[in-house]
Design a protein around this ligand. Structure first.
Ligand code: EPU
Length: 421
């Protein structure tokens, strides 16, 4: 099994360029099923979740051309298969977007329940509630979801989400795009990747407004046409590099970011003592002395993202004083990495939804196991900051969401290698 070996304690210096956003592209690629014609998608990261999704789409009959440099052309004209390969679907979470896309274009879908990082119970009841509101008959078994038109056919409708859900918001947007009438999603998620999906679909002729607010309106259109679209930079990848520099020290220009998307993260890092300078599309971080304690509560956007919980926890573990980290999206997420950080010398006490983190001057390297994508990223950061050698196992989780992580970190002066033994 592949692993990373990190010799820690070296500051990071130089420049790193952020890739396209994983959670945007994993929605946009299935959304290409809605398009009659070729869509050229730029800034697509080469990560394993994208490769799995492309395999699923190719198997369904989507013509895929790699133009190089992160540009992919998808042509969904010839899609015939409405039951995507279940083995591939179960390898990732975002395959649930195939449900909304197939329902909208073909009026039916038969999709296995998704897999992906299982750091918590991750229900999809709100997605199904939305499909039902749009007139679908939903049959759910222990491992499949079958969708077809109900007695009154498929049509736009009002859907009020019981919880703010990124996946449900994006899935309902896709499902409503080609249906007659207007759909209004209330209590919608506002994450940048929701806006990016809506911008992609609008570029192809959809009529979606309000994305980025808690009310999204979709006026159904008969068809979408081809076009070109560039995926936004990855807010969480950028946040991970910023946290790495904050924890390990150094001076790095993080390029290809949208600073506004980063405010919730950079404001915390600067509160902890890192110096942050925003430019138009890049951010410089300088971290010299010891970080200070802080308080963080994860929330849906524009709050501090749950996908940065583990990375900021490493910064807290090295800060002076006692920090409080409260998780309000996925309560069990701490269990993916806190024990591993404790093995590296961190002082973390978990009390329900809150981790009390008392900073220590040094973490020390040891052998650890990544249990999900962001937990794995946090262990890499801990390894970069720690004294001695850290071995991170199960790195397939990390490679789900971080393009060229070894090359990017090595260019910053990190001593990290990938071992395939
Ligand atoms: N929820 C429900 N019912 C649903 C859907 C969600 O109760 O039908 C609850 C969840 O249990 C959770 C909350 O609502 O407590 C938010 O879940 P959400 O649906 O927003 O999560 P998701 O769509 O499954 C996406 C990202 C995650 C990220 C979360 C929260 C993708 C593919 N995944 O998941 O990303 O943590 O939103 O922002 O977009 C990651 O990148 O590492 C990752 C896990």
């Amino acid at each position: 099994m592949a692993k990373y070996e990190i010799q820690g304690g070296k500051p990071l210096n130089g420049e790193v360029t952020i890739s396209g956003a994983k959670n945007a592209v994993v929605a946009i690629l299935p959304a290409a099923i809605l398009v009659s014609g070729k869509c050229r998608i730029e800034n697509v990261p080469n990560i394993s979740d994208v490769r799995i999704l492309l395999d699923i789409l190719a198997d369904m009959g989507v013509q895929i051309t790699h133009e190089g440099g992160g540009t992919i052309v998808l042509d969904s004209t010839g899609v015939t298969k409405l039951n995507p390969n279940p083995e591939l679907v179960r390898k990732m979470r975002a395959s649930y977007y195939l449900m909304g896309a197939l329902l909208s274009r073909f009026g039916q879908a038969n999709v296995a329940l998704p897999g992906g990082c299982n750091f918590a119970s991750r229900p999809i009841d709100q997605h199904l509630k939305g499909f039902r509101a749009l007139g679908a008959e939903v049959e759910e078994t222990s491992d499949y979801v079958n969708l077809r038109p109900g007695v009154n056919g498929l049509h736009g409708n009002r859907v009020s989400l019981d919880v703010v859900s990124v996946g449900a918001t994006a899935n309902i947007i896709m499902a409503a795009t080609l249906l007659p009438g207007q759909t209004i999603i209330e209590n919608a998620a506002k994450e940048p990747h929701i806006v990016d999906l809506a911008n992609f679909l609008n570029t192809m002729g959809a009529r979606i407004s309000g994305a980025g607010t808690d009310t999204v309106k979709i006026r159904g259109v008969e068809h979408l046409h081809g076009g070109t679209y560039a995926v936004i930079p990855d807010q969480i990848e950028a946040g991970t590099y910023l946290a790495a520099v904050a924890a390990a020290g150094g001076n790095v220009l993080v390029k290809n970011v949208i600073p506004k998307h980063m405010d919730c993260i950079t404001s915390k890092l600067s509160e902890m003592g890192a110096k942050i300078t925003n430019y138009d599309d890049c951010i410089r971080i300088e971290s010299t002395g010891r970080l200070h304690q802080t308080t963080v509560k994860t929330r849906p956007y524009p709050g501090f993202p749950t996908d940065m919980q583990a990375q900021i926890c490493v910064c807290m573990a090295l800060a002076s004083g006692t920090s409080r980290l409260t998780e309000s999206v996925y309560e069990t997420r701490f269990f993916g990495y806190c024990e591993e950080l404790q093995d590296m010398g961190a002082d973390i006490l978990i009390n329900g939804k809150t981790a009390i983190v008392t900073g220590t001057e040094d973490l020390h390297g040891t052998e650890v196991i990544a249990r999900d994508l962001r937990a794995g990223a946090a262990l890499v950061i801990a390894g970069l900051a720690a004294k001695g050698t850290t071995i991170v196992n199960n790195i397939h989780f990390v490679e789900r969401g971080y393009e060229n992580i070894i090359q990017k970190l090595t260019a910053l002066g990190a001593d990290i290698i990938r071992r395939d033994d």
